[in-house]
Write a protein that binds this ligand. Structure first.
Ligand code: PRP
Length: 214
């Protein structure tokens, strides 16, 4: 009997690309998969259970083993530092983390304020730069912070660059390139080896095909 696999999917921007990739790998996913408020979707034909989580929480579900596999952005992996293995760079949802702010502004000399959804990544980055900063954790709309004087700079994801541009902000430094990763719980990786290898092989083929197309 085939092992069931539970996969933690990130709700939001990565979801559509990740679902498309699974379909390209030959997994039959029902139409309700794309347009549902359900948080758990079983696909018995494929022996898959999908759980739909907040992107930042995906590695947590995988670390605790309630999901065998997960799809998570590298940004989330760097921020969360969970005890999971990264199996594949899916090369979808490419973007990068950057330091941004208002143009022509110096950072405050004493403990400049940095607003971000990524307090650990931002703290590590400025530590490496030898700069003492105060990190202010926000949960979204980070670009607002320098506009209304909450922070000198932000550390945030840049994808198309539209949010920065439309809010009159500029990039000061790139921190790291980001793509989505397939991650696995270490115990599941041993116990459900055959099924997980099949998923990895099929997704690898899609990644290779996409490279040829590009
Ligand atoms: C993300 C990110 C930026 C924006 C970048 O926010 O935090 O704000 O997207 O994308 P762009 O370069 O294509 O404009 P998201 O839309 O996920 O919402 P949030 O602000 O609530 O985090």
């Amino acid at each position: 009997m085939k092992d069931w696999l539970t996969v933690a999917m990130p709700k939001g921007r990565i979801f559509t690309e990740a679902a498309e990739m699974l379909r390209m790998a030959g997994f039959e996913l029902p139409p309700e998969f794309d347009d549902s408020r359900k948080l758990i979707i079983d696909v018995p034909e494929e022996c898959f259970r999908f759980i739909l989580a907040k992107p930042m929480d995906v590695p947590t579900y995988v670390e605790y083993g309630v999901a065998d596999l997960g799809i998570a952005g590298k940004d989330v992996m760097l921020e969360e530092e969970r005890d999971v293995y990264e199996l594949l760079d899916l090369q979808i949802s490419a973007c990068y983390l950057a330091v941004a702010g208002l143009p022509h502004t110096q950072m405050n000399d004493v403990a400049p304020k940095i607003a971000t959804k990524y307090p650990n990544v931002a703290a590590a980055y400025f530590r490496e730069q030898g700069e003492q900063v105060e990190i202010i954790k926000l949960n979204g709309s980070i670009e607002l912070a320098p506009l209304i004087g909450l922070a000198d700079r932000i550390v945030d994801i840049v994808s198309t660059g539209r949010t920065l541009k439309e809010n009159g902000l500029i990039e000061y430094e790139d921190i790291v390139n980001i793509t989505s990763r397939l991650i696995v719980n270490p115990v599941s990786y041993r116990m459900k080896d055959a099924r997980i290898s099949d998923v990895v092989e099929r997704l690898t083929e899609v990644i290779e095909q996409e490279k040829v197309v590009k």
